[in-house]
Ligand binder design. Structure first.
Ligand SMILES: *[C@@H]1O[C@H](CO)[C@@H](O)[C@H](O)[C@H]1NC(C)=O
Length: 292
């Protein structure tokens, strides 16, 4: 008697878990009309092809940008970008997650343009409670202007993993145990913008934007958010849905294969790492650098 009631309870529980699990799995599969708001640029940002394509443009008068309608507190977020082709020197395409306020959290991808044939720099950073200064920069192993490529952020309570076409390039681990604040309480929106930063972007500001080549255009498609949506002070994910198999991203960590792939990228394509910049941190490297 006791046994059978136990069995049926666990069956009901299992059903409930998988149901809630699938509800939590907020899969936003790429309709920009549904998912994004164009926030600035006076007509320079456009949603096209029934919501399947979004373009940002920049000219001498203005850049442009968009943000997600939803706020997220943890998720796996993928977007395909095709960057400004040709002479993109001086331009920056930013694609990031951010919360609001002076002690905000932020997870950044920034693409620094270059002269035709010279490599873009993929700049990354992580802010927790208003503090950043955690830059890592990379060249890419392909021409990011020739085609769309997938740029992903996996953000869960254990770590933040930046990936390019499924290859992890950077991991920021939760280092709260050694006193480093970790983004985990402030919901974030997705933001993206294309703007002029020729005072610093290309070769440290040496190469200026060539306005005769304007307008500059970057394109976006296949947005996918497998994420916990935050609204009215609560998350769409529950404790049981977080552990369901359909939300494996919530507890995902780099396996040894992926650690190896990340090492390969960092060895061959990383051009700046704050964790090795001893000149910049004469009092000692930031705490979290001791973890990786
Ligand atoms: C642009 O190209 C130059 C020359 O190859 C390189 O030093 C620089 O890192 C490249 N990227 C940027 C954004 O400056």
């Amino acid at each position: 008697m006791a046994f059978s009631s136990k069995v049926s309870t666990s069956v009901v529980l299992l059903l409930a878990i998988s149901l809630v699990g699938s509800l939590c799995l907020v899969v936003s599969a790429g309709n920009f009309y549904q998912d994004m708001d164009i926030t600035w640029g006076d007509g320079r940002a456009k949603i096209l092809n029934n919501g399947n394509l979004l373009t940002l443009s920049l000219d001498k008068t203005s850049g442009s940008g968009f943000q997600s309608k939803n706020q997220y507190l943890f998720g796996k977020i993928d977007m395909q970008l095709k960057l400004v082709p040709g002479n993109s020197a001086g331009t920056v395409t930013a694609y990031y997650l951010s919360s609001q306020g002076p002690t905000h959290d932020e997870i950044d991808f920034e693409f620094l343009g270059n002269l035709s044939g010279d490599p873009y720099i993929l700049h990354t950073n992580v802010f927790s409670q208003g503090k950043g200064n955690r830059e890592q920069q990379f060249y890419l192993w392909f021409d990011p202007t020739a085609d769309f490529h997938t740029y992903s952020i996996l953000w869960n309570p254990q770590s933040i993993i930046f990936s390019v076409d499924g290859t992890p390039i950077r991991e920021f681990k939760n280092a709260e145990s050694i006193g480093v604040p970790y983004p985990k309480n402030q919901p974030m929106r997705i933001y993206s913008s294309l703007w002029n930063a020729d005072d610093w972007a290309t070769r440290g500001g040496l190469v200026k934007t060539d306005w005769t080549k304007a307008p500059f255009t970057a394109s976006y498609r296949n947005f996918n958010a497998n994420a916990c949506v935050w609204s009215n002070g609560k998350s769409s994910c529950t404790s049981s849905s977080k552990s369901s198999t359909s939300n494996s991203w919530f507890s995902q960590q780099l396996d040894s294969t992926n650690q190896g792939r990340m090492k390969w990228v960092q060895k061959n394509y990383m051009i700046y790492n704050y964790c090795t910049d001893v000149k910049r941190f004469p009092q000692g490297l930031p705490q979290e650098c001791k973890m990786s």
